[in-house]
Design a protein around this ligand. Structure first.
Ligand code: G1P
Length: 283
């Protein structure tokens, strides 16, 4: 019998407006912006599936229906291109649709990432789960046989069974865009988190190790989130809940292998487009 995966569920907070990409995001969810020919959110779901997760939960909001349609059958289209050379363009999306179940919940008020994750509690229940922020696009390492970032986190989870976040060093002047951690290195590239702070000014940042949008969370995070007061930007921050958790239990941060593109910024989006066109797109 196949070994049942330790982590089955992955949450995708996807309620944000994507103001940096207006007017493209006026009537279209930012998660549907394509890197070459594939929407950002699909890269994320493929990464979750690679890590063995088949229960996909989207936290959406108004104007996000295209995400639901994307992960559903389009009968007219299927019929039109069946048996033609274009059918191969649907291979990847068919693969995730055949292997995953999709659940949608609406975040009615935009009270922050922590609030979005708490909104997902009914579909997670008392089990560990993953979170992917699709804006952070993580490509597999080009050398060696490591998988993408989330698989690297789940491999660590099997060993440590605690909450684990992905980190990357960023230029000092950029700390104000990220959650920043500090901690003790317990193994190569693995840190036991001591403290974390959301979007500090460079002069207040404890390090330049930034949280990237890949998390493995144990279910007690929900209790911490319920007690988390609004922090940076007046929002309920997952970073603040994790900080509290780290003070009471083990939380690890890992420098993952592979390249990350900040597709929430126009520059990162263009970089990702060029990279995926050269390395991933089947011309
Ligand atoms: C969120 C998190 C932040 C993290 C970042 C990664 O911020 O709050 O801690 O470093 O994602 O992309 P956001 O980019 O949503 O403002």
């Amino acid at each position: 019998m196949a070994k049942s995966p330790l982590i089955r569920k992955c949450l995708f907070p996807a309620a944000g407006y994507g103001t940096r990409f207006l007017p493209a995001t006026k009537a279209m969810p930012k998660e549907m912006l394509p890197i070459v020919n594939k929407p950002l959110i699909q890269y994320g779901v493929e990464e979750a599936l690679e890590a063995g997760m088949t229960q996909i939960g989207f936290i959406t909001g108004r104007g996000k229906r295209a995400i639901g349609d994307h992960f559903d059958t389009s009968y007219e289209l299927e019929h039109q291109i069946q048996g033609t050379s274009k059918e191969r363009y649907l291979d990847d999306i068919r693969n995730v649709m055949d292997n995953c179940d999709f659940v949608f919940m609406r975040q009615r008020e935009m009270l922050g990432l922590g609030h979005a994750i708490l909104t997902g509690e009914p579909m997670i229940g008392p089990e560990p789960f993953a979170v992917i922020l699709a804006d952070d696009l993580c490509a597999a390492p080009t050398e060696g046989d490591d998988k993408k970032a989330l698989s690297q986190l789940t491999a660590l989870y099997e060993r440590y069974q605690c909450s684990i976040i992905a980190i990357e060093e960023v230029p000092n002047e950029d700390t104000g865009s990220y959650g920043i951690i500090s901690g003790d290195e317990i193994a190569d590239g693995i840190y036991q988190v001591k403290d974390m702070v959301e979007k500090p000014n460079p002069e207040d940042a404890p390090t330049n190790m930034a949280i990237i949008g890949r998390y493995i969370l144990t279910p007690e995070i929900f209790g911490y989130l319920r007690n988390t007061k609004p922090g940076a930007n007046g929002e309920i921050q997952i970073t603040d809940a994790l900080r509290q958790l780290a003070q009471e239990r083990q939380v690890l941060a890992v420098k993952f292998k592979g390249r990350r593109f900040d597709c929430g910024s126009v520059e990162g989006f263009i970089e990702a487009t060029n990279y995926y066109y050269e390395n991933d797109y089947i011309k």
